[in-house]
Design a protein around this ligand. Structure first.
Ligand SMILES: [Zn+2]
Length: 299
C-alpha cells in the first residue's frame, strides 16, 4: 500500500508500483530529463538571435535532455525547421506533432514536440503537442484556444501565471480555466530572488486545486542554458509508440506525479543562475536600445 494517497483514480499496477518505488526512494529504473520552456531565435528578440536549431540540439544533447520543449513567442517555426534538418542528426517526425532527434555521433535520442508560448492578450500559454496550425490563433479567446489545442490532442499550461507583469494570466483567468488546463507552471526559473514569490503562489494554487504542475526554464537561449531546471520522468511510463501516445503519456506522468513535491528535481537559485539573469536582462535592454536606434536611424 502507498503511504500517501497520490493519484487514486485508475492507476495501473505498473504506475502504482513505480510511484511507490519513487516515494520510497527505491526506484531503480531510468529517469528521462524533461526540460520545458525555451526561447530561440524564433522568439525574435535580439538576445536570442544566435539560438539556432543546431545550437539548441547541441546544448540539449550535452545536458542529457530526453524531452525538450521549445516554446517560442507565438510561433512554432522551430519545429518546422527541425523537421527538415539534415547533417549530424537523424530526424524522425510523427503526425506533425513529435520529432525524435538522434545524434548520429553518440546514438542518443531526444524528443521534441510541436509547441509554442502563445502570447494571448490575457496571458501567456504554453501549448504543447498539438499537430496542426491553429487557425485564427489571434482571434480565439482563452477557452477556445485551450479547446482547440485539446481537440488536437495537445497540452495547455499557463506560463508564470502569477507574474502578470510579464504576461501571466493572473488568478482570475486561472480560476476561469480550471477545467481547461492540464498543468500549471509552478516554477519558472526566471522568477528568482524576490520574484520567486510568484512561483510560490502558483505552487499553492496548484496544490489547492489539485492540478498537475511543471517547472520550467523560460530559458533565453543562448544566454541561458538548457536543463538548468528540469523534471525527471520515469522512462517506463513514457510511451514512444507514436506521437499522440507520447504526448498522452507525458500528460499522464504530470498527473500521476502532481503531489510528489520532492520528485521534481530542480536545479535553481544558484549564484550562477542569478548571474545569468542579470546578464540576459542587461542584454535584453541593450538589444532593445539597439532596435530603437535602428528604427530611429531608418526614419
Ligand atoms: Zn511568458
Amino acid at each position: 500500500m502507498l503511504s500517501i494517497p497520490i493519484c487514486p483514480e485508475g492507476m495501473t499496477a505498473k504506475e502504482s508500483s513505480i510511484l511507490e518505488e519513487i516515494i520510497n526512494n527505491e526506484f531503480k529504473g531510468e529517469f528521462v530529463k524533461a526540460s520545458f520552456h525555451h526561447h530561440t531565435k524564433y522568439s525574435n528578440e535580439w538576445l536570442n538571435r544566435n539560438a539556432t536549431v543546431e545550437f539548441v540540439l547541441r546544448e540539449a544533447f550535452k545536458n542529457d535532455i530526453g524531452l525538450l520543449v521549445v516554446t517560442d513567442k507565438s510561433n512554432d517555426q522551430f519545429f518546422d525547421e527541425l523537421k527538415n534538418l539534415s547533417g549530424d542528426y537523424v530526424i524522425e517526425e510523427d503526425d506533425n506533432r513529435v520529432i525524435r532527434v538522434t545524434d548520429k555521433g553518440s546514438g542518443k535520442s531526444l524528443y521534441i514536440p510541436r509547441a509554442m508560448e502563445f502570447h494571448h492578450k490575457k496571458g501567456h500559454m504554453l501549448l504543447i503537442g498539438y499537430n496542426k496550425k491553429i487557425s485564427n490563433l489571434e482571434g480565439l479567446d482563452l477557452f477556445n484556444l485551450a479547446d482547440e489545442v485539446h481537440n488536437q490532442g495537445g497540452i495547455v499550461i499557463p506560463a508564470h501565471p502569477y507574474a502578470t507583469f510579464s504576461g501571466g494570466v493572473g488568478e482570475y483567468n486561472l480560476l476561469q480555466m480550471l477545467t481547461r488546463i492540464d498543468a500549471v507552471e509552478v516554477y519558472n526559473s526566471q522568477l528568482t530572488g524576490p520574484l520567486n514569490r510568484f512561483n510560490e503562489k502558483a505552487k499553492k494554487f496548484a496544490k489547492e486545486k489539485n492540478l498537475s504542475r511543471i517547472c520550467s526554464n523560460d530559458a533565453q537561449l543562448p544566454v541561458d542554458s538548457i536543463g538548468k531546471t528540469y523534471m525527471m520522468f520515469p522512462k517506463e511510463l513514457i510511451n514512444t509508440n507514436n506521437a499522440q501516445d507520447y504526448i498522452n503519456s507525458i500528460k499522464r506522468i504530470l498527473y500521476l506525479t502532481k503531489n510528489l513535491s520532492f520528485y521534481n528535481k530542480i536545479a535553481h537559485e544558484t549564484p550562477e543562475r542569478m548571474t545569468d539573469l542579470i546578464k540576459w536582462e542587461a542584454l535584453l535592454m541593450y538589444g532593445k536600445a539597439l532596435e530603437k536606434l535602428k528604427i530611429a536611424t531608418n526614419k
